[in-house]
Design a protein around this ligand. Structure first.
Ligand SMILES: NC(=O)c1ccc[n+]([C@@H]2O[C@H](COP(=O)([O-])OP(=O)(O)OC[C@H]3O[C@@H](n4cnc5c(N)ncnc54)[C@H](O)[C@@H]3O)[C@@H](O)[C@H]2O)c1
Length: 251
């Protein structure tokens, strides 16, 4: 029996990196998948790949920071598949413009707050009423190890991911009575194309890499954690911020 048979999963930022690894794995495990991303060509390519492999997928070009856009995407996905069992709030990410809050441009603060925090909030706002109506669901937010340990010079990203971790715990308490579980994953350095490009293939220059004693993660390592939290194997797990960080938070 496939671990997500009969379920429908909405995944944001599904066109590349960790989100793409998650939708691939969710679909392999029997879920219908709704891919939300701004990258149309890449998103359609993942949709086509999943359908060609016998899965059910739909790509919806949507900016997670758009209130109207997210309402439309969730309405469309729900019309197509009839339910939402899993919401993986994955769209997000730091940029080279972050740094010390003394010097980094304030626009970068609003960029990450909108993408990582507002995007998560808008998705939850649209998904939770549908989950309540159908009797439950699993929400998996994407936080970061920076919400658990101090990592200098990522101040704005840390603020946004700290908020995502805090929100995860409060939503878990608030919606447990509706059988909605809310967890987060806190990855360390994970070798997506974005991180490969930012590091020139060598993450040893990132201060965090010295703490990541098992080495960098792959997108598939993170997707495996998302699958666990999405599945019925985790029915008693909620409010957790799960580090997949090669041991970085053990220091
Ligand atoms: N890669 C890492 O080392 C790492 C570490 C910790 C946490 N994370 C978190 O994991 C998540 C995924 O990271 P990744 O490295 O796979 O990123 P990525 O850049 O590879 O993929 C992000 C995806 O989100 C999409 N996206 C960007 N802005 C969007 C928007 N406004 N609306 C909809 N889609 C949008 C992009 O098109 C892209 O497909 C992020 O939340 C990131 O903060 C990543």
């Amino acid at each position: 029996m496939k671990r997500l048979a009969g379920k429908t999963a909405f995944v944001t930022g599904a066109a590349s990196g960790i989100g793409r690894a998650s939708v691939r794995l969710f679909a392999t495990e029997g879920a219908n998948v709704v891919l939300i991303d701004i990258a149309e060509e890449a998103g359609k390519a993942v949709e086509a790949e999943i359908i060609a492999a016998g899965g059910k997928a739909t790509f919806l070009k949507t900016d997670v920071t758009s209130e109207d856009g997210m309402a439309t995407a969730f309405r469309t996905g729900l019309e197509q598949f009839g339910r939402i069992d899993i919401l993986h709030n994955n769209a997000g990410g730091s940029s080279g413009r972050d740094g010390s809050l003394v010097t980094a441009p304030i626009e970068e603060l609003w960029r990450v707050m909108r993408l990582d925090l507002l995007g998560t909030i808008l998705a939850c706002r649209n998904a939770i009423p549908a989950m309540v109506k159908q009797g439950g669901g699993s929400i998996i937010n994407m936080s970061s190890v920076v919400s658990l340990i101090g990592v200098p010079d990522l101040d704005f990203y840390t603020a946004a991911k700290g908020a995502v971790s805090a929100l995860t715990r409060t939503l878990a308490r608030q919606h447990a009575a509706s059988n909605i579980r809310v967890n987060a994953i806190a990855p360390g350095i994970t070798m997506t194309e974005r991180v490969l490009a930012a590091s020139g293939g060598d993450t040893s220059r990132f201060p965090l890499s010295q703490k990541q004693i098992l080495g960098p993660a792959s997108p598939e390592d993170i997707a495996a954690a998302a699958l666990y939290l999405a599945s019925d194997e985790a029915t008693k797990v909620t409010g957790v911020v799960l580090p997949i960080d090669g041991g970085a938070s053990a220091w």
